[in-house]
Design a protein around this ligand. Structure first.
Ligand SMILES: Cc1cc2nc3c(=O)[nH]c(=O)nc-3n(C[C@H](O)[C@H](O)[C@H](O)COP(=O)(O)OP(=O)(O)OC[C@H]3O[C@@H](n4cnc5c(N)ncnc54)[C@H](O)[C@@H]3O)c2cc1C
Length: 443
């Protein structure tokens, strides 16, 4: 039977961090992922708004690991694990394969959560994958193009209305960018449409924008968005969504307010991907309400010393679902497997701070007790993201795109989308997702 020393599941931040450490130490491993790219999710909103191309933030993981002779990258979906036999089952090109291992590192991340209202997926846009970002980008272009030509004023208003649900970093960044797009790109390139014609509404259930920050940074975020023309609606839940709009209900109010918009973007919550449930069942590990594995302090799963999980599919000490947590977790696990860290050593997260961009020249940054806002925070954001973008080629191409968009009025990557088709119907927006494969025992 096919065997390897370590199987890494996923090709995101956690998986790649573990893979690089193992690869540099010459440890043989197989990395199995259902996507061929290593996706830099924090910049997906820039793909959706035409600033950069998907290829600039999604280098091939095979190419990244090509120089390491003991790294074997396979495109496939892991569907099961048998801890007693130390075997993992994955599907590739329609076939099932079984792979024996000594250790597993799972880093399968998370997907959108609709809090029990999965029907919202069909009438909203999401931002989790390259496909999501390109779908949203095409929708934005189509809305502006059709608004330019339609003689139906009601339809025009609807086309130029955008609702973003969830005022975390993704929602804030998207809302800010869509408004900026209207003012600094479409107003110049489409005659008759001004920024004032475009409505962007950001809805948040909590009482502040970017609740993860709170205080001065949340206030600055709200004020900056409002200054740019984004309507920020706080303390409000979205109770219904259809293809023409959403119903907003303020806390303490019985009545809902109907808002119409052709584009509704959901960025309100996440839940662990399916493999977390498989691991929970097979190892006896508990999960939280979002399906995330309640891993042990050393990042092992359930009663298994040879199965580790890191990143967004896990929950430990309320650590945020952010890339540094996944990367540091991946490195900790790799060190444990390599014997550089003693078995059982607890994972310690080193918080180097977090940041989010609001719009051009405005960002917020928090490093321990230091809070920064405005242009300085924005420059810091730019510098940090340049450093973290994987692959030199991508880094330089992305920087050129940023200069074009932030200093000039260019949105180079809208050109690809400008072969305008009809506005997508809600059902066509999201392809039917296949139900999760039932977990079957490994052969
Ligand atoms: C729009 C957006 C903006 C964000 N902005 C920021 C930010 O500004 N700063 C920040 O720190 N974090 C940000 N995050 C969060 C950050 O991207 C995540 O915390 C990070 O990606 C988690 O890494 P991970 O390795 O756990 O999972 P991911 O990076 O999501 O990787 C999961 C991998 O698992 C693969 N996979 C899933 N299931 C299977 C399976 N069954 N078999 C094989 N492969 C599988 C997927 O294809 C993928 O490669 C953002 C996220 C999003 C969506």
């Amino acid at each position: 039977m096919d065997r390897t020393e370590v199987v890494i599941v996923g090709s995101g931040f956690g998986a790649l961090a573990a893979a690089k450490k193992l690869a540099k130490a010459g440890k043989p491993f197989v990395l199995i992922s259902e996507t061929t790219e290593h996706l830099f999710q924090p910049l997906l909103y820039q793909v959706a708004t035409g600033v950069i191309a998907a290829g600039e933030i999604a280098p091939s993981v095979r190419a990244i690991l090509a120089k390491y002779p003991h790294a074997d990258v396979r495109l496939g979906r892991v569907v099961d694990v048998n801890p007693e036999e130390k075997e993992l089952v994955y599907e590739a090109a329609g076939q099932r394969h079984t792979l024996g291992y000594n250790s597993v590192v799972a880093a399968t991340g998370a997907r959108q959560s609709y809090f029990g209202r999965d029907e919202f997926a069909k009438v909203t846009f999401a931002l989790k994958t390259v496909d999501d970002a390109e779908r949203l980008r095409d929708q934005i272009v189509r809305c502006f193009e059709e608004a330019h030509t339609t003689s139906d004023l009601e339809r025009r208003k609807n086309l130029l209305s955008f609702i973003v649900i969830g005022a975390g970093a993704t929602g804030v960044e998207l809302a800010g960018q869509i408004k900026e797009l209207a003012a600094r790109y479409f107003e110049q390139s489409i005659r008759g449409i001004t920024a004032a014609d475009v409505t962007v509404t950001l809805v948040e259930g909590a009482g502040v924008a970017m609740p993860a920050y709170g205080g001065k940074l949340s206030e600055y975020t709200k004020a900056s968005l409002e200054k740019s023309g984004v309507e920020v609606v706080l303390n409000t839940l979205v109770t219904d969504i259809d293809e023409d709009g959403a119903t907003l209900v303020a806390h303490g109010s019985e009545a809902g307010e109907r808002r119409t918009a052709n584009t509704i973007i959901w960025s309100a919550g996440v839940q662990a991907n399916d493999f977390a449930a498989v691991l929970a069942e097979r190892t006896g590990c508990e999960t939280d309400r979002a399906g995330r594995l309640l891993v042990n302090r050393d990042l092992t799963v359930g009663g298994r010393a040879d199965i580790f999980a890191v990143g967004d599919m896990t929950s430990l000490d309320n650590l945020p679902g952010q890339s540094p947590v996944a990367m540091q977790g991946g490195r900790h696990v790799a060190d444990t497997i390599l014997g550089k860290t003693l078995r059982g050593t607890p994972f310690k997260f080193r918080d180097k701070g977090s940041m989010a961009i609001i719009n051009r020249f405005r960002a917020v940054t928090k490093v321990k007790n230091i809070e920064l806002t405005g242009t300085f925070a924005w420059v810091l954001w730019l510098a940090v993201h340049m450093v973290y973008l994987v692959g030199f080629r991508n880094r330089y191409v992305a920087v050129m795109s940023w200069f074009g968009s932030f200093l000039g009025n260019r949105r180079p990557h809208f050109y690809y989308a400008q072969e305008v088709g009809p506005i997508v119907t809600p059902d066509a927006r999201i392809p039917e997702t296949k139900p999760a494969e039932p977990a079957t025992a490994a052969a």
